[in-house]
Design a protein around this ligand. Structure first.
Ligand code: ADP
Length: 637
C-alpha cells in the first residue's frame, strides 16, 4: 500500500519535474532531448511492474544523462534511491549511491562524492557485488587522485585492479591499469607509467575494444608529448585518431588531430600539415562546442603561423585563442552556476519528497490513531458486555438457586400429594366397601318395603358407591404407576398386546359395531401390563366417545430416527381445541353427564408414556373425531 502510494507520488514528481527543469536559456539545445528522455522514461516507468524495475529504470536514466543534464539526473537518482530504500533493494541502492557520487564528482564536490562512493562500496561488500565493488574502489581512487593523494589513490586503484583480475573484467582492467599509470606519471615514475599504459593497451587491442584502445593511445601520446618524444607521440595520436574515426567520435577526432598538430609544431616539422590538422580540429571543435579543444587548436595555429612568420594570422589565432579561453572560462563559470542551481533545486526537490513522506507519515499516524481508538472502543464494549454478562450470570445463578429450591419444594409437595392419593384411595376403599356391602344388603332385603322415593335414594347410594369404587380403583392404579420405580421390562410384541386388549373390550366392540383396523405393530422393550393399559384406555375412549353407528378406530405406527410414533384415531365426537391439553390431567372430564368415567384414564396414559421417556398429545376437531399420538423414543428392540 505504502509502496503503491509512493510510486504514484514519484511518478507525479517526475511529471512535475517537466516544469522545473530544462527551462529555455543556455540549455535550449538540450530541451528537446530532455522532453524525449522524459517521455521515454514515463513509458518505461508505466510498464514497470515492480519497484525493483522502477529503481533500475530511474538509476539507468540518471546514469545516461549524468553529463548532459546533471540537474535531471539528480532528480532521477533520488527517486531511484526512494524506490530502492523502501523495499531494501541493496543492489539498486548501491548503484544509485554510486551514480549520485558521480554527479557530485562532476560538480567537483569531492566530499559528497566520496561519501556516496563509500555508501555504495559498503553495500556492495554486503551483497558481494564484485563488478560494482571494483568500480567503487576505482572511483574512490579517482577522488584521492584529484586531491593529489597519490598513495591512497594507488591503493584503491590496486584493490579495484585485483578484483577485476579475479573476475576477469577486461574492460574494467583497461581503466584500472590506465589509472595506475596516471598515478605513476604524476609521481614521475615514467617506466611504471608506461608499463601500466601498455598493459591497458594490450588488453584493449586483445579484446578489440576500440574506445579503450583509442583512449589509452591518446594518454600514451600525451605522455610522450610531455617527454618531448614528438615522433612516438604523433604515432599514438595518429592511431587514436584512426580508431575514433571508426566510431565517429567527434570529440576524440578533434582532440587527437590537435595533439598531432601540437607534436608537429613542437617538432617544427611540416608546419603546413600541422596547420591543416589544427584547422580541421578547430572546425570540428567549433561545431561540437568543444571549447577547450577549440582554444587549444587556436593556440596551436597561432604558434604555427608565428613559426611561419605569418604574424597577422598568428595574431588572429592568438585573438581566437583568447576568446576561446574566455569561452572556456565562461562555460566553466556557467557550469558552476548551473551546478549551484541544480544543487539548490535538488535540495528543494528533496525537501518536497521529505514533505510528501511526512504527509504520508502523518496520514499513517492518523490511521494508527483511528485504529487505536476503534480498538479501545471495542475493548470498552468488550469490557462492558463482559460486565453485563457477569451481572446476568450472577442473576441467573440466583434465579437458578431459587428455581432449584422451588423445584425441590414442588417435588416434595407432589410426592406428598401422590402419597396422599395412594393412601386415601387405599384407605377409603375399606369404609366404602362397608357402605357398599350394607347398602347392597339394604337394597336386597328392604327394597320392596320402601316407597318410590326410598327406592330412588337406595339406588343413588348404590350407584354412587359403584362410581366411588371405580374412582378409587383408577386413582389407586394411577398412584401405583407413579410410585413404581423399577418397572420390569422385556421384549413385548405389541401385536399380542392388541389382541388381548381386543379380547378385553370384545363386549363393547361387538355391542357398538366397532371396526378396528390395526397396523402390524413392532416388538419393543417395555412393560406388557402398562402397554395393555395404555392401548386399552385409548381404544376404550375411542369407542366410548363416539356417536357414530359404526365407530371406526385406526391404530398405526411409524418408525423414524426419533423412535416409534403410534396413533389411535377415531371418528367420534372430537374434543374442542381449548380442552385438548386439559384432558390429560387427573379427574379432567368433559362430558360428565352422557358418558361414564372417572377422568383418570388419560392421566394414566400420560404417566405410562412419560415413564418411557415419551410424549402423548391429541389432535382433534369437535365432531370430526380424535387422533391420540404417542412417541416412544429409542425403545425398539
Ligand atoms: P374418562 O374417560 O374416564 O372420562 P379420561 O381421562 O379417559 O377419563 O378422559 C378424559 C376426558 O377426555 C373424557 O371425559 C372425554 O371428555 C375426553 N376424551 C377422552 N378420549 C376421547 C375421545 N377419544 N374422544 C372424545 N373425547 C375424549
Amino acid at each position: 500500500m505504502a509502496n503503491c502510494s509512493n510510486s504514484i507520488i514519484t511518478i507525479f514528481l517526475i511529471t512535475l519535474s517537466l516544469f522545473f527543469v530544462g527551462k529555455p536559456s543556455t540549455l535550449l539545445a538540450q530541451t528537446s532531448s530532455i522532453s524525449t528522455i522524459q517521455a521515454d522514461l514515463q513509458v518505461q516507468l508505466s510498464s514497470a511492474k515492480t519497484d525493483i524495475e522502477k529503481a533500475n529504470i530511474l538509476q539507468e536514466a540518471a546514469w545516461n544523462i549524468k553529463n548532459s543534464n546533471p540537474k535531471l539526473a539528480f532528480q532521477y537518482v533520488n527517486q531511484s534511491i526512494d524506490f530502492a530504500e523502501q523495499i531494501n533493494y541493496k543492489k539498486g541502492m548501491a548503484n544509485s549511491y554510486h551514480t549520485l557520487g558521480m554527479l557530485y564528482w562532476y560538480q567537483s564536490d569531492h566530499k559528497l562524492a566520496s561519501e556516496y562512493f563509500f555508501k555504495a562500496l559498503n553495500l556492495r561488500k554486503e551483497i558481494n557485488d564484485h563488478v560494482g565493488l571494483a568500480r567503487s574502489y576505482n572511483n574512490i581512487g579517482n577522488i584521492y587522485f584529484k586531491q593529489k593523494n597519490y598513495k591512497d589513490a594507488l591503493s584503491y586503484y590496486q584493490t579495484s585492479l585485483d578484483i577485476r583480475l579475479s573476475i576477469k573484467d577486461s574492460i574494467g582492467l583497461i581503466y584500472s591499469y590506465n589509472n595506475i599509470a596516471d598515478v605513476f606519471l604524476n609521481e614521475n615514475k615514467y617506466e611504471d607509467a608506461v608499463t601500466n599504459y601498455t598493459k591497458a593497451l594490450d588488453i584493449a587491442i586483445d579484446k578489440n575494444y576500440n574506445n579503450g584502445e583509442a583512449f589509452i593511445n591518446t594518454n600514451l601520446g600525451s605522455f610522450q608529448l610531455k617527454m618531448k618524444a614528438y615522433q612516438p607521440a604523433y604515432l599514438y595520436f595518429e592511431r587514436a585518431l584512426e580508431l575514433y574515426e571508426k566510431s565517429n567520435n567527434k570529440n576524440g577526432i578533434a582532440q587527437n588531430l590537435n595533439f598531432m598538430s601540437e607534436a608537429l609544431v613542437n617538432q617544427k616539422d611540416d608546419l603546413p600539415k600541422a596547420i591543416g590538422f589544427a584547422k580541421e580540429s578547430l572546425d570540428i571543435a567549433t561545431k561540437i562546442r568543444a571549447t577547450q579543444i577549440k582554444a587549444a587548436a587556436s593556440g596551436n595555429l597561432s604558434k604555427a603561423y608565428a613559426l611561419l612568420d605569418d604574424f597577422e594570422a598568428a595574431y588572429n589565432y592568438e585573438q581566437l585563442y583568447r576568446t576561446s579561453q574566455m569561452e572556456v572560462f565562461n562555460e566553466e563559470s556557467q557550469r558552476a552556476v548551473i551546478e549551484i542551481q541544480s544543487k539548490y533545486e535538488s535540495v528543494v526537490n528533496q525537501s518536497k519528497v521529505i514533505q510528501q513522506k511526512n504527509e504520508i507519515l502523518i496520514k499513517e499516524q492518523e490511521i494508527i490513531l483511528k485504529n487505536i481508538l476503534i480498538g479501545l472502543t471495542f475493548f470498552f464494549i468488550f469490557l462492558l458486555s463482559g460486565f453485563f454478562l457477569y451481572v446476568q450470570w450472577k442473576n441467573q445463578k440466583k434465579t437458578n438457586s431459587i428455581l432449584a429450591q422451588n423445584n425441590q419444594e414442588l417435588i416434595n409437595s407432589n410426592q406428598a400429594l401422590e402419597r396422599f392419593a395412594y393412601v386415601s384411595s387405599h384407605d377409603l376403599k375399606e369404609p366404602l366397601r362397608t357402605i357398599g356391602s350394607f347398602s347392597t344388603l339394604l337394597k336386597r332385603r328392604y327394597f320392596n318395603l320402601l316407597d318410590e322415593d326410598g327406592k330412588d335414594y337406595i339406588n343413588f347410594i348404590v350407584k354412587g358407591v359403584d362410581q366411588m369404587y371405580s374412582l378409587l380403583d383408577d386413582l389407586l392404579e394411577y398412584s401405583k404407576i407413579i410410585h413404581k420405580k423399577d418397572i420390569p421390562v422385556k421384549a413385548v410384541d405389541l401385536n399380542h398386546v392388541l389382541e388381548s386388549v381386543q379380547e378385553s373390550l370384545s363386549h363393547s366392540i361387538k355391542e357398538k359395531n366397532v371396526t378396528l383396523q390395526v397396523d402390524a405393530l413392532p416388538i419393543i422393550t417395555t412393560n406388557q401390563t402398562q402397554m395393555h393399559q395404555l392401548f386399552q384406555n385409548l381404544i376404550n375412549n375411542a369407542i366410548k366417545f363416539n356417536d357414530k353407528d359404526i365407530p371406526a378406530i385406526n391404530i398405526q405406527v411409524q418408525k423414524d430416527d426419533q423412535g416409534f410414533l403410534f396413533s389411535v384415531k377415531d371418528n367420534g365426537i372430537g374434543i374442542k381445541e381449548e380442552y385438548q391439553n386439559k384432558i390429560f390431567g387427573v379427574f379432567q372430564r368433559l362430558s360428565k353427564e352422557e358418558y361414564t368415567g372417572t377422568g383418570v384414564g388419560l392421566a394414566i396414559c400420560q404417566k405410562i408414556v412419560e415413564q418411557h421417556k415419551g410424549k402423548i398429545w391429541v389432535e382433534s376437531e369437535e365432531g370430526q373425531g380424535s387422533a391420540f399420538y404417542f412417541r416412544f423414543p429409542e425403545l425398539d428392540n
